[in-house]
Design a protein around this ligand. Structure first.
Ligand code: HEM
Length: 475
């Protein structure tokens, strides 16, 4: 572990979160412009591009990629951003050129008010030391323990569904994923008032990020920002009380909060209460919406492609008979289900954008780019490039057959990122989506309402705007 930062030290230096970073961005852009030209792109302010970034971002970025290639500028509102798109760009941002980019001062910093200094909003030694402490909580055996919770909660949630009728699958999955998080992350009884309050405060805090940009910039009482701060303060109090209770009791449960409280660095020093809180809220943020959206988008595609739902159902019957799959069966024994989950993650990777800030001048694909600029890679756009994925908008789980997959260039498929900062909860989230999908497909056929049109929202993660009504018929 580095000499510079130890667990227990104060957090990293403050950043301006959210739209208030705009003046800093403009100052840095002016400084960078004095040092040389910028990459080609959509560099002038454009109301149309700003609107499209919010409402039609996939096609906007695909159009820009066609026009300008894998690295281009894009001005949203007044803020300049640099996009790096495609397999090589993903590999560059995440692996070979990752030293050129930081997370905290990119748009990831927008999350600071809600989640504090967790893995998503820190860099360098502080991040690496924290990640090393958190890793044991995501080891195979820990996730297996959580998988038992996922299986039990999914079965109970499916049993509570009406035998026929239309259900908002997105809302249903969101409630289920929150119950799973409350048990697996905090060790809370999800039926207790305490768990309900934490969940409600967290959801309320999260809703800030779905507000339009100008609303997010307002200061003063009654604004969305004031509400966000109240939510964070309430979470600090509630989770803080639980941390204090656990420290007094000294009990080690199977949940992730317990393993955070028990973890120490090489010198036996543990996390402070504030660090535990920030990590737990970051995990809740990173894990809750992502799993919910993936399971919902998978159901959507299975409703449109019922032959795949039938193939998964047949596989489940072959392998498990009348019971839900055991944790160890989820990946190894159910390849059709796994390929379908992988394909849903290709078409709708919930963490669709990876925001960064360039920390030094760099060169990619023969194009020079300056330090101090907000940058991003995008799994979503990269997963939909026709030169990489044939017929890219079509749901085709068989493209994940090993012989077809072997032909993809490195960096082509990155729903969990890649490299040293690949999603720490990958096994957890992947297991959760498998468990939820298996429980649903085993019992129901899916059908979309006649005039339903999917409207993909993207703030902060991809989700079906207006929910996802699905007609369920027992198998
Ligand atoms: C289907 C589910 C999930 C998907 C698709 C997903 C996706 C991702 C992606 C793409 C990244 C990298 C972002 C970037 O490069 O900018 C990431 C990072 C991260 N994810 Fe996940 N995630 C999922 C579930 C989870 C779960 C369940 C947890 C925790 C309980 C979690 C915790 C994290 C954390 C803490 C990071 C930051 C890691 C670091 O920087 O060291 N994720 N995730």
């Amino acid at each position: 572990m580095s000499e510079a930062v130890r667990i227990g030290d104060p957090g990293p230096r403050p950043a301006f979160p959210g739209p208030w970073a705009l003046p800093v961005d403009l100052r840095d852009e002016l400084r960078a412009r004095r040092r040389g030209p910028f990459p080609a792109g959509e560099n002038r302010p454009s109301l149309r591009n700003t609107w499209r970034f919010r409402h039609d971002v996939l096609d906007l970025l695909r159009d820009c990629y066609e026009r300008h290639g894998p690295i281009f500028g894009l001005r949203i509102v007044f803020g300049y951003n640099l996009a790096l798109i495609g397999p090589e760009a993903n590999h560059f941002v995440l692996v070979s050129g990752r030293q050129n980019f930081g997370w905290r001062f990119g748009r990831m910093g927008d999350l600071l008010t809600l989640v504090g200094d967790g893995l998503l909003t820190t860099d360098g030694d502080y991040h690496d030391a924290s990640r090393a402490i958190l890793m044991p909580a995501f080891h195979k055996e820990r996730v297996r323990a959580a998988a038992a919770v996922m299986r039990e909660e999914s079965a109970a949630a499916v049993d509570s569904l009406p035998a026929g009728g239309t259900v908002d699958v997105y809302e249903w999955t969101r409630t289920l994923a929150m119950r799973i998080a409350m048990r697996a992350l905090f060790g809370f009884d999800p039926d207790s008032g305490r768990a309900g309050e934490v969940a409600a405060r967290f959801e309320s805090g999260l809703s800030f990020h779905a507000r339009e940009f100008p609303m997010q910039m307002l200061f003063g009482p009654g604004t969305p920002l004031a509400r966000l701060r109240r939510d964070r303060a309430a979470l600090e109090e509630m989770v803080g009380a639980e941390v204090a209770r656990r420290r007094r009791a000294g009990a080690d449960g199977a949940d992730i909060l317990s393993s955070l409280l028990a973890s120490t660095d090489d010198e036996g020093r543990g996390l402070t209460d504030r660090q535990v809180l920030d990590h737990v809220l970051t995990l809740l943020f990173a894990g809750h919406d992502t799993a919910t959206s993936t399971a919902s988008f998978l159901v959507y595609e299975l409703a449109r492609n019922p032959e795949w739902a039938d193939r998964i159902a047949a596989e489940l019957t072959d392998v498990c008979g009348p019971r839900d799959p055991r944790p160890e069966e989820l990946f190894e024994a159910l390849p059709v289900l796994t390929r379908s989950v992988d394909e849903a993650l290709r078409l709708y990777p919930p963490a669709w954008i990876g925001p960064r800030r360039s920390v030094r001048d760099f060169e990619f694909g023969g194009v020079r780019a300056p330090a101090g600029i907000p940058c991003f890679y995008s799994s979503w756009v990269s997963h939909r490039l026709p030169e990489v994925f044939e017929d890219p908008d079509r749901f085709d789980p068989d493209r994940f057959l090993p012989e077809r997959r072997a032909r993809w260039p490195r960096g082509a498929y990155v729903p969990f990122g890649m490299g040293p900062r690949v999603c720490i909860g990958k096994r957890f989230g992947y297991t959760e989506v498998h468990a939820i999908a298996a429980a649903l497909v085993r019992r129901f056929r899916f059908e979309l309402p006649a005039r339903y049109e999917l409207d993909v929202h993207q703030a902060p993660t991809l989700s079906p705007g207006g929910g996802m009504p699905v007609r369920l018929t027992p198998r």
